[in-house]
Every structure is written in structure tokens, then in C-alpha cells.
Design a protein around this ligand. Structure first.
Ligand code: HEC
Length: 172
């Protein structure tokens, strides 16, 4: 015969299983995406497009619903900016170059980092050496780098791109 204690522990067991199932639905970000988030949050040496950190209204071609954006380059990527802070035509970014588009729903409300990292030896690099990801400031991964840019490359290879980058085309 089941005692009250046994029934109680049975219920507890079921609850534990349920909790585990529910918490597993929130996938733990892969270490490679955590690395990309760190990169997007490392503002040391960042250089903004057109040398301006002003938020820009989203362009008609933007792949994102957020109203505002700004784009910056790490030192390795900024080496390919001209005297106006735009990307030099025909640039092929070299390994280590990182470009971060910050997306804001409103001034001061950062909602997403869209990240491009050139690193041909990266496990998640595409055939052109780019690693693509979208990560929220909270660490929630919107598009993991393991997708190899499947959601990004099509749009980013449109005419006028420079090594798959589009700021020059949309913000000349
Ligand atoms: C429908 C088109 C479209 C898609 C899809 C898209 N983007 Fe973009 N992206 C743009 C445009 C246009 C710009 C130029 C800035 C703007 O207008 O938003 C841009 C700019 C960027 C930049 C700044 C560097 C530059 O000059 O291009 C990064 C980084 C970026 N996108 C990352 C991504 C990632 C990562 C994905 C996929 C997860 C992605 N984008 C998908 C259209 C797109």
C-alpha cells in the first residue's frame, strides 16, 4: 500500500522532471556565441561608422525591425575605414576584424547585437571567413554562429556590398 509519504515523494519527482523539461527549453548559449557577445561588449578601441556614435534610423533594407542602429568596427576592422569613416571600396577584411551593429528599439534601449567577425579558422566561419551571429545584451542568442550565416548571407551579398558589409550602400 502507498503511504502518504510515498505519494508525496512521487509528486515531488514528477515536479522535478517537469521543471527540468521546462528549464531545458531555454538553451544554454554555446561558448562560441558567448565569445561573440564578449566581443560585442568590448568597446575598447571601437571606431564608429562615419566616426559618429549617433543613432541612425533604420534603413529600408535593414533586416531588423528595431528603429535605430549604429555600427562600429574593432581596431582590426577600423584599419579599412577611409578619412570619412566609411569602408574603403574593394576592402577584403583581414582575420580579427569585427563589426558590430547595435540595434535599439528607442534611444538608450539596446536590444540586439548583430555581429560579423572575420576569422577564417573559426569553427563557425562561412566559406568567406565570416562568422555571423545575433545576440541580445542579456546573453540570449537570437541567431547562433553555428547557422553559418544562413539567415544573413543572402541579403548581405546584394549588389553594392563590400566584403558582405552594407553600411556604405545604405548610409553613403
Ligand atoms: C534583409 C537584409 C538583411 C539581413 C537578412 C541581414 N542584414 Fe545585416 N545589414 C543589412 C543592412 C541593410 C545593413 C546596413 C545597416 C542597416 O541599414 O541596417 C546591415 C548591417 C549589418 C552589420 C554592420 C556591418 C555592415 O556594414 O554590413 C552587421 C554586423 C550585420 N548587418 C549583421 C547581420 C547578421 C549577423 C545577420 C544575420 C543573422 C544579418 N545582418 C542579416 C541587411 C540585412
Amino acid at each position: 500500500m502507498m503511504t502518504k509519504a510515498k505519494i508525496g515523494s512521487g509528486v515531488l519527482g514528477i515536479l522535478l522532471v517537469l521543471l527540468t523539461v521546462i528549464s531545458c527549453k531555454h538553451e544554454i548559449p554555446a561558448p562560441l556565441d558567448v565569445e561573440l557577445l564578449r566581443l560585442a561588449q568590448d568597446t575598447s578601441g571601437q571606431v564608429f561608422y562615419h566616426f559618429s556614435d549617433t543613432l541612425l534610423p533604420r534603413s529600408a533594407g535593414s533586416g531588423h525591425p528595431q528603429a535605430l542602429l549604429r555600427t562600429w568596427y574593432n581596431p582590426a576592422a577600423a584599419a579599412f575605414l577611409d578619412s570619412m569613416g566609411a569602408v574603403v571600396p574593394d576592402t577584403l577584411f583581414t582575420d580579427g576584424a569585427a563589426i558590430v551593429k547595435e540595434l535599439y528599439t528607442a534611444p538608450g534601449v539596446l536590444s540586439l547585437y548583430a555581429i560579423m567577425l572575420k576569422r577564417s579558422d573559426h569553427p563557425n566561419a562561412d566559406q568567406d571567413g565570416w562568422v555571423w551571429a545575433e545576440v541580445e545584451p542579456s546573453g540570449e542568442v537570437a541567431i547562433p554562429s553555428s547557422d553559418l550565416g544562413a539567415a544573413c548571407r543572402g541579403c548581405h551579398s546584394q549588389s553594392g556590398h563590400i566584403d558582405f558589409t552594407l553600411m556604405n550602400a545604405y548610409f553613403p
